[in-house]
Write a protein that binds this ligand. Sequence first.
Ligand code: SF4
Ligand code: SF4
Length: 303
Amino acid sequence: MSGISRSLLTLHDGRTSPDLAPLPDDLQERANHLKAMGYFLDADIIGICEVPIYAWYSHDGQGNPIQPRHRYAIVLLIDQGYETMAASSGDDWMSSAQSMRAYLKGSVIACTLADYIRQLGHEARAHTNDDSEVLHIPLTLLAGLGELSRIGELVLNPFLGPRFKTSVVTTNLPLAVDKPIDFGLQTFCQSCMKCARECPCGAISFGEKVMFNGYEMWKPDVEACVRYRVMNPAGSGCGRCMKVCPFNKPGLMRYRAALWLAMQVPACHRLLLWLDDWLAYGRRIPAWKWWWDLEWRDGRIQQ
Ligand code: SF4
Ligand code: SF4
């Protein structure tokens, strides 16, 4: 999948049509139209924000300076899929394949949306896992798509939990922007430590937030996490923290009451966490495993 994804690199940017398409003057109508296009292309949740100067990288991978050139960002969330994640351990080969599938889908949608905006006569560029001139985390927060979680440098969305990947389209087409959200996650993460408990290498903090780079956050041990992901003999990465998080639930309606309680009634947090464990959420569901793991053992491929 990563080869196919990299083949889209030439489509991240391109020629802008010299002809301006007629567009509504109302910025909200324009934003709604582009979000509708993104949903048609199968993005799961979309938000829009202005791009602060600090969200631009200073240089690209070849050392060339990056000029911040667009004012707006359209941030696309791609659901990695509940069923496959439920059947995986979170740190097996499938969990990494699932991540790459979401990155690939995000690239296709962002490149198509950027091309559409350029055809309307406005500059636009896609930013994906393979090539990005902007930092995705601050843009995801500013576009109202989640809050930073105990996992650390990871945004959690109230409906998808941490189970998503992002891609971004930046543009100069003026659009109405969304606002950051507060759905009570900081209080919830204070009581819940499920990700820290289940992390196989102890990379997630059980403690209080700290000041890091001017931000108050739960600081993960990034070195321990990366070491585990690179050395993990049973997979090519890890996403156990995402898998076990109580916000990683299928659909919306079935869990609406629990979600409302989690957001609105901090006194219920401990009960909700106990229920989450008691109902075995976050455990592997072997019956849902639909794939075969093929491994090279004893000189031949075996299941
Ligand atoms: S990805 Fe895995 S190793 Fe890294 S913090 Fe999450 S659970 Fe821990
Ligand atoms: S597992 Fe619990 S503490 Fe960790 S990010 Fe999810 S809600 Fe927060």
